[in-house]
Design a protein around this ligand. Structure first.
Ligand SMILES: C[S@@+](CC[C@H](N)C(=O)[O-])C[C@H]1O[C@@H](n2cnc3c(N)ncnc32)[C@H](O)[C@@H]1O
Length: 227
């Protein structure tokens, strides 16, 4: 054990992170435990309305979730990320500014089905997911068939999945998966900003989108269904 503590496996958590993790528990509509209490109860207990619910998976600091919630007050948005110190930013803003149509979940997306019931969500955004380029990590890609099957279990039958990425390999991987699974593609582009699709909600940029755009990367986008 002592050897492990001195090794690369032991990474002490800074005080600022610990403080943020603890503060998450004090925010309204921010959850990092008790998925079984939320599952099937988001409309009734969390949002207290029956407006459609969208999740952003891998929301990072939650800027996109908050921006969409401000733009679409008649819808509800849940940002999900495993990094507590990141979602703290969006959760804090939502809590302070009382943006009542947002919620945040700190969880592994691998366990997302613990949080949402069948047909509970209408849309999913997967925004600039980690590309996981190594072959032996393909199953970690958020558009791998294993993940799509998880999403299918809680998305409404005609619900939409949106993927935005700068990463060509991940985009092509996703398009191959959609082809192999014969899933309907609603819209797609290899260069969003030069495409007629670049309007409305697709003009809202995530934090990583800003970073990659500044580096001159083309933004790829696909919207599909899991029927
Ligand atoms: C590159 S960042 C993108 C953040 C944000 N969507 C944006 O576009 O600015 C990817 C995020 O996905 C999260 N993430 C990756 N895999 C995850 C998983 N299996 N479960 C939960 N979060 C995950 C990471 O913690 C990270 O915050």
């Amino acid at each position: 054990m002592a050897a492990a503590c001195n090794s690369k496996y032991f990474r002490p958590v800074g005080r600022s992170k610990l403080k943020k993790w603890a503060e998450l528990d004090t925010f309204e509509r921010t959850f990092q435990a008790g998925p079984e209490l939320r599952k099937g109860n988001w409309a009734k207990d969390v949002f207290k309305n029956t407006n459609p619910i969208t999740a952003e998976l891998g929301c990072g600091r939650g800027e996109y979730t908050v921006a969409l919630a401000r733009l679409y007050p008649e819808r509800n948005f849940v940002g999900v990320d495993v990094k507590g110190a990141r979602i703290w930013k969006g959760a804090k803003a939502s809590n302070t500014e009382k943006i009542v149509n947002t919620a945040f979940v700190r969880a592994q997306i691998d366990h997302i089905n613990d949080w949402f019931e069948q047909s509970e969500l209408e849309e999913i955004w997967i925004t600039f997911p980690d590309p996981q380029p190594q072959d032996n990590r393909a199953r970690k890609r958020l558009t791998h068939p294993v993940f799509l099957e998880r999403y299918r279990q809680f998305l409404k039958p005609h619900g939409l999945v949106h993927l935005k990425t700068d990463n060509t390999a991940l985009f092509e991987f996703t398009m191959r998966v959609l082809d192999e699974l014969k899933l309907p593609i609603i819209q797609q582009t290899h260069d969003l900003y030069q495409s007629p699709l670049y309007e409305g909600i697709l003009q809202v940029k995530t934090r990583y989108e800003e970073i990659f755009t500044d580096k001159g990367e083309n933004i790829k986008y696909v919207c599909f269904q899991l029927i």
